[in-house]
Design a protein around this ligand. Structure first.
Ligand code: PLP
Length: 287
């Protein structure tokens, strides 16, 4: 594939950054994951806005306007002739000498990858995935708060390792107070008696763009959606559980810590929302 790298399009094998890039040395950088459906980049402006919010928060200057960045993403999709793709847009602090200070770096590096990605095997979207709750906890006040989509994803990597070690597909993170927060890279919803609940972002979750889409669709379908803190117990006794994210899309969860959720199959609310999500990703792609 052709990678956008600092103003040029380069073959993926040739696209390289310095080992002195602070993105690599210190995780000093930010990213977005974005999807393309039927040739349309889904919620592009929202993703770009969140990228610039992340940049502002860590005092990182991006050498393009938001409109220019949108155009660069679209150009990367066109160059690769893709009608469906997963885009990874990354901005690093750039190369500098050793030392934490961002002031010794020589300018942000920007790259955009557009390739295929499937988080879970297709059959799991029909059957549902298994999950555990992770021992790794989320601290909602430090710089790893996922409101900043930084290149420090080691907590999320550790969570994935925990899931694999337990023989599960995914892990659910609690914060240090024991409230359910999200998955390793997805937001979580539970359904009980036809009412949806999702943790408020202030508990330490990313305010997912897919999460926002699902909340709107749920309202359109006439469901009540609560944003309220809940615990592991509420997940165990839910009728339905599902995760949402740009990479995962909407994936049903059918067991959590060996407790069967509902009857062990994706429930009716999850299936309705999944169907509505598939329609909207095709319909609202350019928005
Ligand atoms: N939570 C975390 C930590 C993430 O990295 C992501 C992925 O972007 C999400 C949730 C889901 O957010 P979105 O739906 O915007 O992709």
């Amino acid at each position: 594939s052709q990678i956008f790298l600092n103003g040029e399009f380069i073959h993926r094998d040739e696209a390289k950054l310095s080992v002195f890039d602070h993105g690599l040395l210190y995780g000093d950088g930010i990213f977005e994951g974005i999807r393309v459906y039927d040739g349309n980049v889904f919620k592009l402006a929202e993703h770009i806005r969140r990228l610039y919010d992340s940049a502002k928060s860590i005092l990182l200057d991006i050498p393009y306007s938001q409109a220019e960045m949108c155009e660069l993403v679209c150009e990367t999709v066109r160059r690769n002739d893709l009608s469906s793709a997963y885009i990874r847009l990354v901005v690093t602090r750039g190369p500098g000498d050793l030392g934490i200070s961002p002031y010794i770096c020589h300018g942000a590096q920007v790259f955009i990858i557009a390739e295929q990605l499937s988080m879970f095997a297709p059959s799991l979207y029909e059957e549902g995935i298994t999950a555990i709750t992770a021992a790794t906890r989320r601290n909602r006040t430090d710089a790893l708060n996922p409101k900043i989509k930084s290149l420090n994803y080691l907590n999320n990597v550790l969570i994935k390792i925990e899931a694999q070690a337990a023989g599960a597909n995914e892990a659910i993170v609690l914060n240090t107070e024991g409230y359910v927060v999200e998955g390793s890279g997805e937001n979580i919803f539970i359904v009980r008696d036809g009412v949806l609940s999702t943790p408020p972002a202030y508990l330490g979750a990313l305010e997912g763009i897919t999460r926002g889409t699902i909340v709107s669709l749920a309202h359109e379908l006439g469901y009540q959606v609560k944003e309220e803190p809940f615990t592991r117990h509420d997940v165990y006794v839910a009728d339905e559980v599902f995760l949402t994210g740009t990479a995962a899309e909407l994936v049903p969860v059918v067991t959590v810590d060996k407790r069967t959720i509902g009857d062990g199959r994706p429930g009716p609310v999850t299936r309705k929302l999944h169907q509505a999500f598939q329609l909207t990703t095709r319909r609202d792609g350019m928005k």
